[in-house]
Structures are given as C-alpha cells and as structure tokens.
Design a protein around this ligand. Sequence first.
Ligand SMILES: [Zn+2]
Length: 54
Amino acid sequence: MSSFIEVECPNCKNKQVVFSNSAVEVKCEKCQTVLVQPKGGKSKIIGKVISVLG
Ligand SMILES: [Zn+2]
C-alpha cells in the first residue's frame, strides 16, 4: 500500500509531503537531510511522520 505522508525534518523541522513508496531518496528541500530512504520496494521514513494523507 502506498500513500502520501507529511513528515517533519528532524534537523530543521521543515514539514514536507512525501510519497511513502518512493523508489528514490527524498531529501528535505530546505536543508537536504534525507527524509525517506528506498528499501527494496518499501521506504524507510527517517523524519517524524506528522500525518498520512492517503
Ligand atoms: Zn530540513
């Protein structure tokens, strides 16, 4: 199952909407901290999940 989630950057507290099944690394658009890492089909969420948007 895939969805969009809102995550908070652990470094700068920027909130960003990311795709939970991203096949590519997602970085914070402000400070370039990695927020999502691809893990063989699933993604590891590095940032704090604020909400799931569905
Ligand atoms: Zn950041």
